[in-house]
Design a protein around this ligand. Sequence first.
Ligand SMILES: [Zn+2]
Ligand SMILES: [Zn+2]
Length: 581
Amino acid sequence: MFRINLTLFFYLPIILIFNSFFMTDNYAIADQFSLLSKLMDIHGENSFRSKSYSIAAYSIEQLPVQLAETPREKMAALKGIGDSTAKKIIEILDTGKLIALEELISKTPPGVLEMMNIKGLGPKKIATIWKEMEIESIGELLYACQENRLLLFKGFGAKTQQNVMDSIEFYLRHQDHFLYAEICAYAEVMDQLLKKSWPEEKISFTSAYRRQLPVLEKISWVTTIEKKILVQFFTEHSYQIITAENETIQCKGPENILLEFYLTDKQNFAKKLFDTTAEASFLVKWNLDTLGKNMEADTEDGLFDAAGIHFIPAYRRENPAIIDLARKGPLAQTLSDADIKGIIHSHSNWSDGSHTLEEMSRVCMEKGLEYLVISDHSKSAFYASGLSEERIKEQHKLIDRLNLQNQPFRIFKSIECDILNDGTLDYSDDILSTFDLVIASVHSNLKMSEEKAMARLMKAIQNPYATILGHMTGRLLLSRPGYPVDHSAIIDACAANQVAIEINAHPRRLDIDWQWIPEALEKGVMLSINPDAHSTEGYNDTHFGVLAAQKGGLIKEKNLSSFSRTQLENYLEQRKHSRKI
Ligand SMILES: [Zn+2]
Ligand SMILES: [Zn+2]
């Protein structure tokens, strides 16, 4: 009854190769031939042979007798099976494996193998995605779909792209980790439902979910609802009860998201909430620091008072060092959604976005924002229809016209400029000087050593036209780790060159990671919560950037997108002046 937005059926064929156990019934053998055929197609091998293995797979499934029990000399004569297939069947029966298949598997990146689980992706399409788009994981593929990048390749229309996206989202939901953004709507609905069902009881989010971590394994609550009542409630709603102990219940519904409940009574609620919210090392220090104190309280505020420590919001109860900070004085007020004054980093349909510049700015105005920084892709990003010098001039004319019409709202002229392989930016200084600001990002050749990545980024940061460093590591949460960088050295360089660091708010990026925000602030670097919107709906991602920024203690005075239009104008002007451009 409380399923929302989540698909209800879960069946997806899991690739057999991950099963290490020895299975030699006809179905298992057929699966190996089927996989062999698909992998041969993906690798562009002899299509006649791959077809024959695909037919063999089908024929084996239809056989009235078990191959394991068939005399070997009779095998080649079975319907749909020839000499070559028979040999391979015997190999499987004798050794439990098929060398030809194992060789192909070893030549295929795991993420590409995983793509075979995505409905609607046949071997030909996977080959294009891997070899031509150079995408090697499902997460990257999803991101490419969201950026409309599939449309540029033969065989991929808008409908296919949408189907691929739906299938991937479906598939990813069945993994045991989730992006915060994927499950927060579900968490809220469940929370409301519980509170409505038991208005007299205490119920609160806790643990990693309450701390707003970008990647989660479960949604947790502390509650005074009785164990047997909760168990009955979830059982009635066809949830699977995983554990039901005196202090915790874990269960899973058809959405496949793990729910966890810490059980307590009203008297101990605040303490239980505090204890289960904090990250482990935070709690260890807290307990040491408050040892011997009378720590009884009805609220979390009361606990902080009893400890003689200023309040630390739940989302900052990670690194124990913050406890000493909060003992010295109140923590600075972190920013919130209301402190976002404009959209920085967005793409229109001039490059790979879905909406026109007019639509993008209209929605900003409707949201009461003061400005839009339009930053389409630069010319080397051919896959994203990056803008040629000519197109830039045209776009600037349009921006001038719209700015006259829409005063005091302003579109800032920007570009998401590719940082090329050698660290140079994608245009001449003449062109770069026509922008109000430049977001410099790496989009190509992401597989780099730290040395290479650092040389490339450092050179870009030193370019006086680089105003903001976009998605610093290129990571995609739950699917791509990002190239290795020395964060501290980059923060130092950004400080020295007055380059702001983006907090890319796309929930799959959240790059730079929140853990580096305190160091950036300490060194006087500006940050910028940017949605990297490819449509007007993309503006909503800003919220996830805010949640991550809160974890890092970002204050509005240090966030570019919290600047008013005039503050941003002044900032950019001063920066240009001091960088002599
Ligand atoms: Zn980008
Ligand atoms: Zn972008």
